[in-house]
Design a protein around this ligand. Structure first.
Ligand code: ZN
Length: 311
């Protein structure tokens, strides 16, 4: 969508909203400006310019200026038109909305570059696809707090294209890929399978290595599948142990054995059930939904428990 189309679409939405509010008898000439102001400030804090906010909400620049800065000698607006407030509150930016040069949170970019390293992508190969920044700058993306939207988009696009195969499938020299993987593993980077595409950009999301990370079952899965235990699982297991601290020793052993057995049977059973559902024509998404697990976990369980072919 061009910016003019985006602006027209936003303006049309705003006009529709106003007509609807009037029709329902809910249209008031003005409402409290504070929630809309706080929302605009929150959007600006993500790195979006006022010009972009104008473009994507369809609310005109004068209104937004008045809302944020006021007009000397008057303070920022205390009241705002309800359709403007609604249009502002209904909007939250996605990555594609930002200008190339906008400086935004680097969480998703960091995770993607780390995950790519773990499947064998060295900085030089990433640079071939994200070539508007230097090889050294690509290396720094692994730890960078903030990045430009242009870089975030280039990394995301590369990741979406290549993260389901090992790097060798995309032309990375095998020994280079192997070395990159080894180094990344030492740094405990999370692989693509630990991230959900819907939450990889969310700073509050944690990598889900096992399908149960953050629970005691997750802790057992780490142990059984030989994946280094992640901090949320370590915490969950410590809490579980603290919970049975006063239980007698034999009972405690029994509980531990039970927890372990549940975790070990579960992954194999998930893989087996998933294969059956896929054979019946379900997709990965619908099979995961039926089994009550995330698509990532399903994927992971199938990788770890390959099909047993009859000898
Ligand atoms: Zn975990």
């Amino acid at each position: 969508m061009t910016s003019l189309q985006a602006l027209r679409a936003a303006q049309a939405r705003r006009a529709r909203l106003r007509r609807r509010l009037i029709a329902y008898g809910q249209w008031q000439p003005f409402v409290d400006a504070q929630p809309a102001r706080a929302h605009v400030e929150a959007i600006r804090a993500t790195g979006m310019s006022i010009a972009s906010i104008v473009k994507h909400t369809g609310v005109n620049i004068g209104t937004i200026d008045h809302l944020i800065y006021g007009k000397k000698p008057y303070p920022p607006a205390a009241k705002i038109r309800p359709e403007n407030a609604e249009a502002i509150l209904a909007y939250w930016p996605v990555l594609d909305d930002y200008d190339d040069g906008a400086v935004i949170d680097g969480t998703g970019t960091r995770r993607r570059v780390q995950a790519l390293a773990l499947i064998g992508w060295p900085r030089r190969s990433i640079h071939q696809h994200v070539n508007h920044i230097s090889v050294q700058a690509v290396e720094k993306l692994r730890t960078k707090e903030r990045v430009t939207a242009r870089t975030a988009r280039a990394v995301r696009d590369l990741y979406n294209r290549v993260s389901e195969q090992p790097a060798e499938a995309h032309g990375v020299t095998p020994w280079v890929a192997a070395r990159t993987r080894r180094n990344a593993a030492k740094l405990s980077y999370a692989p693509p399978s630990a991230w959900d595409p819907d939450t990889i950009d969310d700073p509050n999301a944690i990598p889900d290595w096992t399908g149960y990370c953050g629970t005691d079952r997750g802790w057992w899965s780490h142990r059984l599948e030989n994946i280094p235990v992640c901090p949320p699982c370590a915490d969950a297991h410590a809490a579980w142990l603290a919970n049975i601290k006063h239980v007698s020793l034999p009972e405690r052993s029994r509980l531990l054995a039970h927890a372990r057995a549940q975790a070990s049977n579960r992954a194999a059973a998930v893989a087996e059930n998933a294969r059956e559902l896929l054979d019946w024509g379900e997709t990965y998404e619908t099979a995961a939904l039926r089994l009550g697990i995330s698509r990532n976990h399903l994927y992971q369980a199938m990788l770890r428990h390959p099909e047993q072919t009859a000898a």
